[in-house]
Design a protein around this ligand. Structure first.
Ligand SMILES: CC(C)(COP(=O)(O)OP(=O)(O)OC[C@H]1O[C@@H](n2cnc3c(N)ncnc32)[C@H](O)[C@@H]1O)[C@@H](O)C(=O)NCCC(=O)NCCS
Ligand SMILES: Nc1ncnc2c1ncn2[C@@H]1O[C@H](COP(=O)(O)OP(=O)(O)OP(=O)(O)O)[C@@H](O)[C@H]1O
Length: 195
């Protein structure tokens, strides 16, 4: 079985996905794959430099020559056309990595964290889609604790499908306004029903 986990930025997708992993699921973290496998590839670094210039490349410190993600994010989230074109470049590479991992263990139960699952029409990859939801106050407060400003978070969230629509589309919804134990209890019940 392959579960897709989606939800708004900071709603708790990674937290929920890790809890599924504790319960025996194999986990795929799409943000980590983009960050560690795709954005670090020489092909992708060259493409970022070609499209957006040297300002998105780190020039000092240990990561010299790598993509400067905060700088790239500033360029992309300020310009919808650039963001969509960049997604078109990155996402096919992400799907190759998904396929490699999923095909490597077809018997496993998988949980795949995919922030843009509905935005990119990825439902067919999954047996079920689970949306992790929290109020926008909780979402912003938790992101602020992680050092993400309200402005930056609001700019990214504005590029995502509204959470209410993700909730309506999903097969299951996890409520993440409470403690992580409350989230874990919901996931225990759901996993027991699905597996
Ligand atoms: C813009 C980039 C460089 C920012 O990197 P950064 O390390 O700051 O963020 P990270 O990748 O960890 O993403 C954190 C969160 O931002 C949000 N986010 C990321 N990309 C997007 C996007 N294209 N549209 C809307 N929200 C996004 C998601 O909620 C995600 O969980 C990076 O996110 C990127 O290259 N994104 C394009 C690839 C993509 O669409 N990834 C989503 C996988 S389904
Ligand atoms: N139930 C909870 N109680 C307290 N803190 C939580 C809870 N759920 C998540 N958090 C915290 O809120 C922050 C956002 O959670 P998480 O990283 O799981 O969300 P996300 O949806 O994966 O975010 P992003 O879209 O940025 O990848 C994290 O710092 C996490 O530790």
């Amino acid at each position: 079985m392959i579960l897709g986990i989606t939800g708004g930025m900071g709603c708790g997708k990674s937290t929920a996905t890790r809890i599924f992993e504790e319960m025996g699921f194999r986990r795929i973290d799409s943000d980590a794959l983009v960050r560690d496998r795709i954005l670090t590839s020489p092909e992708c670094v060259a493409e970022a430099k070609r499209r957006f210039g040297a300002e998105v490349i780190v020039t000092d410190a240990a990561d010299c020559g790598q993509i400067d993600r905060p700088a790239l994010a500033r360029v992309l989230f300020a310009d919808e056309a650039k963001l969509r074109a960049w997604e078109d470049f990155v996402l096919p590479r992400l799907y190759v990595l998904w396929r490699e991992q999923l095909e490597g263990d077809r018997a496993a139960n998988w949980v795949v964290e995919a922030p843009l699952l509905y935005e990119k029409g990825l439902e067919n990859w999954f047996d079920f889609v689970v949306c992790v939801a929290s109020s926008s106050a909780t979402q912003f407060a938790r992101l602020a604790e992680r050092g993400v400003s309200h402005t930056l978070a609001a700019q990214r969230i504005s590029k995502q499908l509204p959470l209410a629509q993700k909730i309506e589309k999903a097969d299951f919804v996890l409520s993440n306004d409470g403690s992580t134990d409350f989230l874990r209890d919901q996931i225990k019940h759901l996993a027991a029903r699905l597996v």
